[in-house]
Design a protein. Sequence first.
Length: 350
Amino acid sequence: MLRIALLPGDGIGPEVIHEACRVLTAASTRFDIPWTSELFDLGAERYLRTGDTLPEADFIHLRDDFDAIVVGAFGDPRVPSNLHAKDILLGLRQRLDLYVNLRPVQLVDARLCPLKDRAPADIDMAIVRENTESVYTGIGGHLRKDTPHEVAQSVMIHTRMGCDRLLRYAFELAGQRRGVLTLCDKANAIPHAHGIWRRALAELAPQFPEVTARTLYADVAAMRMVTHPQEFDVIVGDNLIGDILSDLAAALVGGLGLAPSASLRPGVHALYEPVHGSAPDIVGTGKANPLAAILSVAMLLRDFGHVDAADAVQSACTAAVLATETTPDLGGNLATAEVGTYICAQVAHA
Ligand SMILES: NC(=O)c1ccc[n+]([C@@H]2O[C@H](COP(=O)([O-])OP(=O)(O)OC[C@H]3O[C@@H](n4cnc5c(N)ncnc54)[C@H](O)[C@@H]3O)[C@@H](O)[C@H]2O)c1
């Protein structure tokens, strides 16, 4: 029995997670997958009502009683500090040690690619981003804040353990794909914090002779992802570089509405979420594209061994894009729920 915790969150989060759950239901019926889910009341509403962000009891329940967590998005204009979102998302990431952030990037329709003359076969990559270290730990501070003499510091943390475990995951993934691993960094300008990645890569590479490992400076990588996207298979980088390059990659295939992700402590904890935020500007309008959330659920199905179901959901999403049975961001004129209905029908007949 697959046990799934649902955290729809804020804004369009509940709208897209509702569709993802309908698709999960359709897939589980078609492919006979037993699953249960529990809805968590976490997000801006609860924070404004009670002051709770991620209470300890909820955290322990999430940590101990589920195989996977599915998240919508967090962020609400009524909470300008974004405190609840930081506590929930960064809290889960750090406390569950979800050190892998995996973002597959696949072009399904050349029409959605901003590059000219690119076919789907040209863009098929997976970004593996370190998810717990670098400048995202919050370590740092200000001196003489808000004065002309202010000093601001953010500390970039890289541990050898953090490099090794992420690179090992990336090597294994590359071995299952086309066998090309590109470490992107700024080891020229940040020799200490990024040099450690290059040394770790060089030491690990002999254990994966089937994988061609190379390094690229992130600025060069950004250029080549635009000029030669077909060169890239698995891209690995620290939290900062991975953050930037994964959004660039998402833009190559149709943008945020089509970008799923997984945050993993492989074999222990797994969290799936669309890359996009809570999009307060379109809440309640029916314009929220549910495909990124639905594709995140396809990643979940695949990770838990339900490959046929994952393929069916992914094919259904591709069919929707190709037939322009989509929300307006992808050129269609369907509402969020209508896209969900289309995907469910495709999955039911897969
Ligand atoms: N993982 C997360 O929970 C996450 C990620 C990014 C931003 N946020 C939060 O979301 C809030 C809004 O942030 P933002 O505006 O910078 O980013 P956003 O991703 O929410 O929106 C950016 C733009 O893309 C559009 N968009 C996003 N998702 C879409 C979808 N599924 N379908 C159609 N259009 C979509 C929005 O309408 C908006 O114009 C903020 O509070 C931010 O902190 C949360």
